[in-house]
Design a binder for this molecule. Structure first.
Ligand code: MG
Length: 246
């Protein structure tokens, strides 16, 4: 299974080897158990503005910028893009609701995954579409000395956002590694698309309500049901990668 995934990656990306030096982690739904609060905050804001949406939509939109989410809702409801004011108002309201709901809890198994990555002497970086300072500040408490704030890619760095490869290309640049020297851990279909388009070996963890097929169709090279399963399998995954290269 793992060997097949590596071979598929090498063939797809026209690479001769995968030799990881860094792991790029998405944040919401991978490190923090925050997606349910994002979805709830978006859904309530959307209803308030009479926009058409379901809570599941926000799991499908996860990773894209707040502005592009608001635009998508206006397009499907009113057949036009949102004005600058509408975008700002909605995003502000959504962020306030999110901050009132979010409890900062960590995804089960995430700390074990990060510790195993550090134990293997690989760099740990965060690449997120989020602009929530409340969660950036929580990273240091939940994962002490694991992530360097200077090396994070956030909503404040990107112009286009996921599913475009831009955020993960920026992550590679910040880590100082090539695409075949990194692994991405993602929970969202648009995040997976972004990472694969950046040429990176992409491990999906399905921590939300969407079917596995959505993550596989987005291009995930490997799929785990949650971060605990990834934590358990990570030593074997990293060893298999090492063996494949020797
Ligand atoms: Mg995510």
């Amino acid at each position: 299974m793992i060997e097949k995934a590596i071979n598929n990656y090498l063939k797809q990306q026209n690479q001769t080897k995968l030799s990881p030096k860094a792991v790029l982690f998405d944040m919401d739904g991978v490190l923090f158990d925050s997606m349910k609060y994002h979805a709830r905050a978006w859904q309530e804001t959307s209803e308030k503005h009479h926009l058409i949406s379901t809570p599941e939509d926000f799991y499908l939109f996860e990773g894209r910028t707040g502005e592009s989410t608001v635009n998508e809702l206006y397009l499907r409801t009113f057949d036009r893009v949102a004005t600058e004011e509408e975008k700002q108002t909605m995003y502000k309201e959504k962020a306030a609701l999110f901050n009132s709901y979010n409890d900062g809890s960590v995804i089960a198994g995430a700390q074990d995954v990060v510790q195993e990555v550090i134990h293997n002497e690989l760099q740990c970086l965060v690449v997120t579409g989020s602009g929530q300072h409340s969660l950036f500040d929580r990273l240091d408490d939940a994962f002490p000395e694991c992530f360097n704030r200077e090396l994070m890619v956030t909503a404040y760095d990107v112009k286009i956002g996921k599913p475009h490869p831009e955020p993960y290309l920026m992550g590679l640049d910040k880590a100082g590694v090539a695409a075949n020297e990194a692994i991405v851990v993602e929970n969202a279909p648009m995040g997976v698309e972004s990472a694969v388009a950046a040429g990176i070996f992409t491990v999906a963890v399905n921590t939300g309500p969407l079917p596995d097929s959505v993550l596989l169709e987005a291009g995930a090279h490997l799929l785990y049901p949650d971060m605990q399963s990834l934590a358990l399998d990570l030593p074997r995954l990293l060893n298999t990668i090492k063996k494949t290269n020797s």
